[in-house]
Ligand binder design. Structure first.
Ligand SMILES: C[S@@+](CC[C@H](N)C(=O)[O-])C[C@H]1O[C@@H](n2cnc3c(N)ncnc32)[C@H](O)[C@@H]1O
Length: 178
């Protein structure tokens, strides 16, 4: 398993590469995702695989990462996953999945949020900056902030604070409560 020193060497600040390593925050993320054994799970911006390597059991796991330097590490860390080098914003439209997990740079997350209502998944769990506005999704999804992540939750430590946000698709006829 890639250790924290190796993660620090792999991380490229140009790509906002901070890798989530806090066991407590990872547990909250997995719980929020509510992954079922028959789910297809897609993680976008998978980094060095610190989220994917302990993903709960599922039917299939696909991880997408833009940075080609990290692909070999991902293949090693998550040998049971399908690893794809490419752009999350394109692949979220092309791949089939029930659960979407993402911790992308904020500018990419902003674009991702815009396309989410068109996509037929059940649950998404996204890390996002404080400014990302999820209110625009409330007609389609129940939106819940799960926790915040910052500093030593990551290797290397992330200077800014992010939120983990769960989006659960609203069932037709369900009353809007939030
Ligand atoms: C903050 S890191 C998070 C890594 C991992 N998900 C975690 O939490 O440890 C964001 C990752 O998204 C990748 N990334 C940036 N833009 C991307 C895009 N358009 N498509 C796929 N991955 C992207 C970066 O290379 C980086 O590895």
């Amino acid at each position: 398993m890639v250790n924290n020193d190796e993660l620090s060497v792999l991380a490229d600040p140009m790509f906002e590469q901070y890798f989530l390593v806090s066991p407590e925050k990872l547990t909250l993320l997995y719980e929020a995702a509510g992954i079922r054994p028959d789910d297809a799970v897609l993680e976008v911006g998978a980094g060095a695989g610190t989220v994917a390597r302990n993903m709960p059991p599922c039917k299939s796991l696909t991880v997408v990462e833009l940075d080609p330097r990290l692909i070999e590490t991902l293949r090693r860390e998550v040998p049971h996953a399908t690893v794809i080098q490419g752009d999350a914003l394109r692949l979220v439209r092309e791949l089939p999945y029930d659960v979407l997990i993402g911790n992308l740079p904020n500018v990419v997350t902003e674009e991702l949020v815009d396309v989410l209502p068109e996509l037929p998944f059940r649950t998404a769990v996204l890390a996002a900056g404080q400014r990302t506005d999820f209110d625009r999704l409330r007609g389609t999804f129940d939106v819940n902030e799960v926790t915040t992540i910052s500093g030593s939750d990551f290797t290397p430590p992330q200077p800014s604070v992010s939120r983990i946000v769960r989006l659960g698709r609203r069932v037709a006829g369900q009353r809007h409560t939030a």
